[in-house]
Write a protein that binds this ligand. Structure first.
Ligand SMILES: [Cu+2]
Length: 392
């Protein structure tokens, strides 16, 4: 398999399969989950202090800054309002020209479409962090401005529940959660093939979890999605990027092997304590990003159409938070730090050979959809260029 010829990819699987990094012993909190260790808290405190100290000169102030909290730490009214606003976007017409993809049926699909379209450029590349920061900000604005959501984006506090994610209010199955696992359907581990790369048989391993079918509880039980899937065992060239309508339920396949002993406070701390941007990005990709998608499985684990699962935005808010804490240790030197290629692992794209798989720069243009083409550096600060938020 060609996969093994790319040594950088092996890191993901070394961690995944061997569970090489073991969580340090930590206390249980009264609220459930594992208490944040002091090392992580110290780094988070420094980030918050430095961000707040930097405010005031560009309209983002200590009094108007948005606070993004953990889904588990907000109140039921906010959770209910967030879920209502997601359903509201799902009931609104799309803005994307549907001749680009017939499967685009609602406003949420505008987001899923551009994510599919950009997948081979914005993952395992220099754009991962700034692209998703702007993507999340765009969604937060859509929820607030188009559907009247009063709160701010929330994050999935993954490390706190690494031993059992179903203990989190994100996945507890209640009507103020995103629902739980998919209905059990016996299945085997598989490989997913990535279309669009010059390497035709590039695959990612996909473990088999304990679900596999439609989710059966929570407010997205009867949710219908349309775009995707894209990454499948074999590329379907008649619908290579999943742009055709494919109405189906939301399915999940929880797999503890990529959470227990992997999405831990120890690894979260290792990420935010990284010394360089190269180390940070590599740690996020190898220890966290792929594993958090793979934990949820099915729709959320398709690297292209993953925003079909509404919990995607909370998963990526956690990644954005880890980057924010790292940047916040030294805002002057770290805000605009970039590392990585212009394509997925630097592999040339078969459909856009003019995208050079060389190193990304902060002056490169990114494609966020609906005509929004910001420079990469616009997606890096948290309190300028229209952004104004802090993670709690
Ligand atoms: Cu993504």
């Amino acid at each position: 398999m060609r996969l093994l010829e790319i040594p950088t990819l092996l890191g993901i699987w070394i961690v995944l399969l061997s569970r090489a990094v073991v969580a340090r012993p930590a206390q249980r909190s009264n609220e459930g989950g594992i208490t944040m260790p002091s090392e992580f808290k110290t780094l988070q405190d420094t980030y918050q202090k430095n961000i707040r100290a930097s405010l005031g000169s560009n309209g983002c102030t200590d009094s108007n800054i948005s606070v993004r909290k953990s889904w588990d730490e907000t109140d039921d009214a906010t959770r209910t309002d967030y879920i209502r606003a997601v359903h509201c976007l799902a009931s609104r017409p799309p803005r994307t020209n549907t001749s680009l993809a017939g499967g685009i049926v609602n406003r949420l699909d505008d987001f899923t479409y551009i994510h599919i379209n950009q997948t081979n450029i914005i993952h395992q590349s220099g754009y991962l962090l700034p692209w998703h920061r702007l993507f999340l900000w765009d969604m937060e604005n859509a929820l607030r401005n188009e559907c009247g959501y009063k709160g701010h984006l929330l994050y999935w506090d993954i490390a706190r529940f690494s031993e059992d994610q179903t203990k989190s209010r994100v996945f507890d199955g209640s009507m103020t959660s995103f629902g739980g696992n998919g209905v059990p359907e016996p299945h085997s581990p598989d490989n997913l093939t990535i279309p669009g790369l010059a390497i035709k048989d590039f695959q990612l391993p996909m473990p088999a979890g304990t679900g596999g079918g439609c989710i059966t509880d929570g407010p997205f039980k009867n949710f219908t999605i349309s775009l995707g899937p894209v990454a499948k065992p074999v590329i379907d060239y008649s619908n290579e990027f999943g742009y055709e309508p494919n109405h189906r339920c939301l399915s999940r396949d929880f797999y503890d092997g990529t959470s227990k002993g992997v999405l831990t406070w120890a690894n979260a701390t290792k990420i935010v304590a990284s010394d360089t941007i190269h180390e940070l990005r590599t740690n996020i990709e190898n220890l966290w990003h792929f594993n958090s998608h793979t934990y949820i499985g099915r729709e959320a684990a398709d690297p292209f159409s993953t925003p079909n699962d509404p919990v995607f935005y909370l998963l990526h808010a956690q990644i954005d938070r880890l980057w924010a804490i790292w940047q916040g240790q030294d805002l002057q030197n770290r805000t605009y730090a970039i590392d990585g290629n212009r394509t997925f692992f630097g592999i040339p794209l078969d459909y856009a050979p003019n995208v050079p798989p060389s190193l990304a720069t902060i002056n490169d243009t990114m494609e966020l959809g609906l005509g929004w083409r910001p420079l990469t550096k616009e997606g890096m600060p948290m309190t300028t260029d229209g952004r104004c938020y802090i993670y709690e």
